[in-house]
Ligand binder design. Structure first.
Ligand SMILES: [Zn+2]
Length: 237
């Protein structure tokens, strides 16, 4: 059973004439109204505790339009996959180049990711290339770490979830965000170790963190990186 319910989004006017998408979410667990600016153009969310109506939530959001506007201005812009776009890749930067007459589909050369064919296919080709690299980087790591722990990874899925980097199912399947290839290598290592460690400890107990540490050492820095810069990885594509 879900403790929350989301209503269809509305638009909230800002003082500069723009409007922003506003989602109203009811939560049985919330104690008070909470207003959040969602990352990367996803708009604003207002969370209503039990007993607070939608009208009250809208009013609350309207009164904070100035605060919303200043937060929106601080957000970094989206980076669509297009010619000249710079994307982070395992601690390096790749510049996307459209090379219509190049042979093959996608080639990584001299700090560039060169993409052949029609411009219209470039975004999908870049995304496919990144997902293939993600699988290539994540699979051997996960299988290797599982082996060290005397466990087996049943399957590895790649997804694009908004709020998590990985998950581990009770049946031994691991799932990861393909966007981890946009992060530095030690961060990718940590997330793989985290999910693989769940094959042994299905919780976040001190024993679990002991397993993570055995695999990749103290992950404090990597966790901090994800908290601070992780949301940025959703800007790309
Ligand atoms: Zn976990």
């Amino acid at each position: 059973m879900s403790p929350t319910a989301t209503r269809a989004p509305r638009r909230l006017p800002l003082s500069d004439g723009r409007t922003v998408e506003l989602r109203v979410r009811k939560s049985r667990r919330a104690r008070r109204m909470i207003l959040r600016v969602l990352p990367f153009g996803a708009g604003v969310e207002v969370v209503l505790p039990p007993g607070v109506g939608e009208a009250e939530g809208l009013d609350f959001s309207r009164r904070r339009a100035g605060w919303i506007q200043s937060h929106l201005e601080e957000q970094l812009p989206r980076v669509p996959f297009g010619d000249g776009a710079r994307i982070p890749f395992l601690g390096e930067t790749l510049i996307l180049r459209h090379c219509p007459r190049m042979r093959g589909a996608v080639r990584r050369e001299e700090g560039e990711l060169r993409v052949a064919g029609d411009m219209a296919h470039l975004p999908r080709r870049v995304a496919d290339w990144l997902k293939a690299r993600a699988r290539e980087e994540i699979s051997p790591r996960a299988h290797g770490m599982a082996e060290r722990l005397g466990r087996r990874v049943e399957r590895i899925g790649l997804r694009d979830p908004r709020t998590r980097w990985g998950s581990c199912s009770a049946k031994g399947g691991l799932s990861f965000s393909w966007r981890l290839v946009l992060a530095p290598v030690p961060v990718l290592d940590y997330v793989v170790a985290h999910e693989t460690a769940h094959l042994v400890e299905h919780n976040h107990s001190p024993a679990f963190w002991g397993v993570v540490e055995k695999l990749v050492g103290d992950p404090c820095e990597q966790r901090q990186w994800l908290r601070r810069f992780g949301p940025d990885l959703h800007r790309y594509g």
